[in-house]
Design a protein around this ligand. Structure first.
Ligand code: TZP
Ligand code: MG
Length: 220
């Protein structure tokens, strides 16, 4: 696929990226465990790609905890995506970055991180999602699908209907659904057309059972 950004032309093979059905995201407020410990538990439960998300740590602390988590993930060949921070993803040579509407625009992140990086991009409506597939991204996310207490100041919920409509609009482009997804509702979200579901609280809220929860999601 080719992107003409006015500056130079990108020619990337991004559509080959395959998302696993369950895409866990870490959080050090919902569980008091370190990112590294969460990554360890999630990997033992079968996770193959994990996003590290930390809205409260300083860049230095996030860098250091992500470095520790990445070491564990690398040993198991599990991919690590850094939320928000292209600089930290680059410094750590992480597998990719996940960006929101107000973060560094994906085309600039792509220039910094290169063709191999996984770049995810959050959208909150059908219109944003339809525009996102024109960008040099590896997958797009849509949400919050349901009410979430994890994200501060979340956008309005989009519901399952928007997941369906986004899927119709974007063909087979990799699509992650996020927000309020649980073991009770995730099958419906996948049936609506999501390639993958991103989950925080339902995986992490019981710190002793993260591995078990992850296994349950994968084998349901
Ligand atoms: N973006 C949209 S909703 C959300 C993010 C980061 C939070 C998802 O967390 P949970 O606990 O799975 O609802
Ligand atoms: Mg962000």
């Amino acid at each position: 696929m080719t992107w003409d950004l006015g500056l130079e032309t990108w020619d990337l093979e991004l559509m080959n990226f395959i998302l696993p059905k369950i895409y866990p995201i870490t959080d050090t407020r919902i569980t008091k465990l370190t990112h590294a410990r969460q990554v360890q538990e999630l990997i033992e439960g079968g996770a193959t790609i994990i996003q590290l998300r930390d809205k409260h740590a300083s860049p230095k602390d996030f860098y250091e905890s992500a470095e520790e988590a990445l070491k564990i993930a690398r040993k198991q060949k599990v991919k690590i995506i850094i939320n928000d921070r292209v600089d930290i993803a680059l410094a750590l040579q992480a597998d990719g970055v996940h960006l929101g509407q107000d973060d560094l625009p994906p085309e600039h992140a792509r220039k910094i991180l290169g063709d191999e990086a996984i770049i995810g991009f959050s959208t909150h409506s059908l219109e944003q999602a339809a525009r996102a597939v024109e960008l040099p991204i590896s997958y797009l996310a849509v949400g919050p699908v349901f009410t979430t207490r994890t994200k501060e100041n979340p956008d309005e919920t989009v519901g399952i209907e928007v997941v369906k409509r986004v899927r119709e609009a974007i063909g087979d482009f990799p699509l992650v659904a996020i927000g309020g997804i649980t073991s009770e509702n995730f099958q419906k979200v996948l049936e609506a057309g999501a390639s993958s579901v991103a989950i925080i609280s339902d995986l992490l809220s019981d710190a002793k059972n993260i591995k078990y929860k992850m296994q349950k999601f994968l084998h349901k």
